[in-house]
Design a protein around this ligand. Structure first.
Ligand code: AMP
Ligand code: ZN
Length: 450
């Protein structure tokens, strides 16, 4: 089955055809002013799966993830403080220290989740020249105007502005007249913001329009065009990017190049906590290190919900996923390699992932293969599937044992050392009741999930 991906632009699945040999993917990256939460990380598991599925289909990929280390204001609509400057003030650090610290933390999280690194990490502050050049082009072509606080993009000059989000432009204009201030249209957005008083912000640059800093949207257009050219296969992000950030990126691209630059716009749905949307700025969602389990159990959990559906996260659902994941790994450890491939299951798997990355289906096919007593070629087939799952299913060391079980086994070890066999048997029973079996081997205790 040919690879089909859901294109937000047309609200339908389309057969994916690459523009060139190498598939260009641009992924909107983190704003590095705080720890990423598991919602943010879900979004990057989605782009990782996309990347892996393309590779599974024998496409070569080139992925860029940008790093927003300037210009993202506390409100997406050009108002409020710069998130990085605000964090630097609060933590009494330099903006660079803040950005580097949280970026490194983010990279570590990606590693723990087996998310492949992109070919290029592109920092906004390292591409100021490119952003200024792009604004100059927009200015020359008549898409910009100046206000007291910056250079703005005139969205009324774009024919289909808001097409991606199916925005009701007239309704928006009428409803928000008071917020217009000096803007000509409510949807207009800043390309360059002037420093209120130069010398106070840590991050500001000279430009043809005055000292200041770039708006949030221009960085992604500038860096995507630089690294992937003016025909890009896929652009990804979260659904929150649809109405503003990506809508504005499209406007900038179209104005600058006269072309539709991106073929496929793809968006991951949110991870919700108790049914509520949570963001990095309001807190409320766990970070990866706060989850007391193997990070790959979280990766497994995200596969249970299709990337375009909201995922209702709870610790209970994580525990369930953790148990299922341990069970899966334990079963796989025991399989014997018959050096065959099971074409039927592998085909089913490929059909699932090629149907707009249907990971819930792909996972159920894996379980069906495992449970199928007559099936041959389990090991080699699962190894193929692992190229997409990347769950370390064959990595013996990483079996995830809950903290309480580990503590009980430690206690049992001590009891045995003290020849207190009554106590050690009692602990073994307790552990068994909690779903784990202990085997005493020459190398010590071996724990297995029942
Ligand atoms: P940020 O660092 O806030 O710019 O966000 C990084 C990425 O996480 C973006 O792609 C957002 O769309 C995405 N994101 C933010 N909150 C959530 C959430 N609760 N669930 C899923 N993705 C999210
Ligand atoms: Zn972006």
């Amino acid at each position: 089955m040919a690879l089909k991906l859901y294109n937000t632009l047309y609200r339908k699945k389309q057969i994916f055809k690459p523009i060139k040999k190498t598939v260009g993917i641009y992924t909107c990256g983190p704003t590095v002013y705080f720890f990423s939460h598991i919602g943010n990380l879900r979004s990057y598991i989605f782009s990782d799966i996309l990347n892996r599925v393309l590779e599974f289909n024998n496409f070569k990929t080139k992925q860029i993830i940008n790093v927003t280390d300037v210009g993202h204001l506390t409100s997406d609509a050009d108002q409020g403080e710069d998130k990085i400057e605000k964090a630097a003030k609060k933590e009494k650090k330099s903006t660079q220290q803040i950005a580097n610290y949280y970026l490194n933390n983010f990279k570590q999280d990606l590693k723990k989740l087996n998310i492949k690194e992109p070919n290029i990490w592109a920092k906004a502050t390292e591409h100021i020249k490119e952003q200024i050049e792009l604004i100059k082009i927009l200015e020359k072509k008549g898409f910009t105007y100046k206000t007291k606080d910056g250079i703005y993009f005139n969205t009324s000059k774009i024919k289909n502005y808001g097409e991606l989000a199916k925005l009701d432009i007239k309704g928006l204009q009428a409803g928000k007249r008071i917020e217009l201030k000096e803007k000509k249209n409510i949807t207009d957005f800043s390309l360059w913001k002037f420093s209120e008083k130069p010398g106070i912000r840590q991050q500001e640059w000279n430009s043809p329009w005055g000292i200041g800093f770039p708006g949030w949207h221009i960085e992604c257009s500038a860096m995507a065009l630089k690294y992937l050219g003016d025909k890009i296969d896929i652009h990804t992000g979260g659904i929150d990017h649809i109405p503003t950030h990506h809508t504005n990126e499209i406007a900038q691209n179209q104005a600058a190049t006269g072309k539709k630059v991106v073929n496929f716009w793809m968006h991951g749905a949110f991870l919700l906590s108790n049914g509520k949307k949570a963001s990095k700025s309001t807190g409320g969602l766990f970070t990866l290190s706060e989850l007391e389990c193997n990070p790959l159990s979280f990766r497994y959990l995200t596969f249970l919900t299709h990337y375009r559906k909201s995922l209702n996260f709870s610790l209970k659902s994580l525990e369930k996923a953790n148990n299922a994941y341990s069970k899966l790994k334990n079963i796989i450890q025991e399989l014997k390699d018959d050096k065959k491939i099971n074409k039927k299951y592998l085909n089913e798997f490929k059909n699932a992932i090629n149907n707009d990355l249907d990971m819930p289906k792909a996972l159920s096919i894996l379980w069906n293969l495992i449970r199928d007593k007559k099936a041959q070629g389990k090991v080699r087939t699962i190894k193929e599937m692992e190229k997409v799952f990347a769950l370390d299913l064959f990595n013996k060391k990483e079996i995830s044992i809950p903290k309480n079980i580990k503590e009980l086994t430690e206690k049992r070890k001590i009891a045995r050392k003290n020849k207190n066999y009554k106590e050690s048997d009692k602990l073994r029973d307790k552990i068994k009741k909690l779903g784990y079996i202990i085997e005493d081997t020459k190398k010590g205790q071996k724990i297995k999930k029942i």
